[in-house]
Design a protein around this ligand. Structure first.
Ligand code: HEM
Length: 446
């Protein structure tokens, strides 16, 4: 269980002279940047080095001592060296007894070693108190100081007192520390910097898969069809018309995919009659990447709007009878207006999902925007597409090679999600789900 310790840190008293002395082993980029920040925060910093006389480019104000001297002089020691060089600590074991060692190291790939670096360090100097921490920061972030994006540092270790010492330093440097538990969690912390946008992976795959599918689907049923059956070459349409079909179709499906897991979760809770059972892993993973799904969907919607800007939009043409023009104008103006309203809310959803904005909202405000306005966005975009289809839904001539047009296919999922949501908000179902969310359990009354 993660517990934020930053609040507790306020209770930490002002550091004593001994606590103000910290030692850094390692004079590479990371060690130097950390030393600089520690000096700026008022600590007296000692670098431990194999060759203290030949150490250059260290921050002004830092002392350079031999490893043994530095280890004796401070209670808190940052280990900013590669795991392969940890052996030098073994002869220092006597001086490191009871000291807090912060392991900053990272690996080049996952599962590079049988055990985590911090656990290995602990096995080399069993009488020291090893804490894993600060490894998710870059030397650059340390030099420039924390900004919103990288305020968080993670720590883990077996001794609460040792973690408190590291936490106090992290807070003094302007970071907020999150306790990830015992030292056995250090492998997880060491894997963090190796992850590349983990929550974006699934949404990206979905986006690429849907784009490829609809691109080829529409290419075959529109452009190839015209070429084969009528001998017409309309391949130029790939660039704008086809793109302007694929983008909104993918966007609408991905928007529906954002709201489908929430609806499924509600039905699962209704079926189980409790909120205390875990959701299946696949549903958990899906729910966790809803924000990324939504932002990608918004990106596709923006492309659709940009493409739309370059084609003459309103179909109020003057070459028919009056009645004909009016009905066409109604049709195009109404689907466009729903598109614009939907897009406006879509952008609002995107903006409120940004941390700097969502942090300013209460939980109630955030869930109102993301849930109520989110479903309304889906509804408006779905109506936009239904209206765009209009009478064409009934026209048999559109089913080239017996395949339905793209906009019909893409309406299936949003329609299902909206129908399920409608079911959930009917008073009797809503009453049940509210009871369950308040802690009621099926069978508990008897
Ligand atoms: C189709 C305009 C927002 C989904 C269209 C078309 C236009 C249009 C002109 C017809 C394109 C064509 O004939 O090829 C607009 C405008 C918008 C907007 C002006 C807002 C400023 C949205 C949004 C969505 C969306 C937010 C939802 C994701 C669709 C879909 C189609 C469509 C699925 C049918 C694509 C097809 O198969 O041809 N829109 N739209 N639109 N729009 Fe929008």
């Amino acid at each position: 269980e993660s517990v934020t310790l930053s609040l507790m840190s306020e209770a930490v008293s002002a550091p004593t002279e001994c606590e103000k002395r910290v030692c850094v082993f390692g004079t590479g980029d990371m060690g130097r940047s950390l030393g600089l920040r520690l000096l700026q925060a008022g600590y007296s910093v000692m670098f431990g080095s194999r060759r203290p006389q030949s150490c250059n480019f260290l921050p002004n104000g830092a002392q350079v001592l031999s490893h043994a001297e530095a280890a004796q002089a401070a209670h808190l020691i940052f280990i900013a060296v590669q795991r392969e060089h940890y052996d030098f600590l073994v002869p220092l074991a006597y001086h490191l007894k009871g000291k807090v060692l912060v392991d900053l190291s990272n690996n080049l790939k996952k599962n590079q070693y049988p055990e985590a670096n911090a656990e290995y360090l602990q096995s080399l100097v069993p009488e020291a108190e090893v804490v894993k921490g600060f490894n998710t920061l870059s030397a650059w972030a340390l030099q420039n100081g924390p900004s919103d994006a990288n305020r968080q540092v993670y720590i883990c270790g077996d001794r609460a007192e040792a973690k408190q010492v590291v936490l106090a330093v992290a807070t003094k440097l302007g970071f907020s520390a999150l306790d990830r538990g015992s030292l056995s969690a250090s492998r997880e912390l060491e894997d963090f910097p190796l992850q590349l946008f983990p929550l974006w992976r699934l949404p990206m795959r979905i986006a690429v898969g849907l784009t490829a599918f609809f691109f080829f689907y529409l290419l075959i049923r529109e452009i190839l069809y015209a070429y084969i059956t009528q001998g017409k070459d309309i391949s130029f349409r790939i660039m704008v018309s086809l793109a302007n079909r694929v983008c909104p179709i993918v966007s609408l499906i991905m928007l529906a995919l954002c709201y489908l897991p929430g609806v499924l979760a509600s039905f699962l809770q209704l079926y189980r009659g409790t909120k205390y059972r875990r959701f299946p892993d696949w549903l958990d993973r899906w729910m966790l990447c809803r924000k990324q799904l939504g932002l990608l969907a918004l990106g596709f919607a923006c492309l659709h709007v940009l493409y739309t800007l370059i084609i003459p939009i309103r179909s109020v043409v003057q070459n028919g009878t009056n009645e004909f023009i009016t009905s066409r104008a109604w049709h195009s103006d109404s689907y466009l207006s729903f598109g614009i309203l939907g897009f406006g809310l879509y952008v609002l959803l995107g903006i409120t999902s940004l941390p700097s904005v969502s942090n300013a909202l209460s939980w109630r405000e955030f869930s109102f925007v993301q849930s109520k306005l989110g479903h309304l966005t889906l509804l408006l975009c779905t109506i936009h597409t239904y209206l765009y289809g209009g009478k064409r839904f009934l026209s048999a001539s559109l089913y080239n090679w017996y395949t339905p047009p793209g906009y019909m296919l893409c309406l299936v999922l949003p329609s299902v999600v909206l129908l399920l949501k409608l079911l959930l908000v009917t008073p009797c179902v809503d009453r049940n789900i509210t009871r369950i969310r308040q802690g009621w359990e099926k069978g508990a009354d008897q």
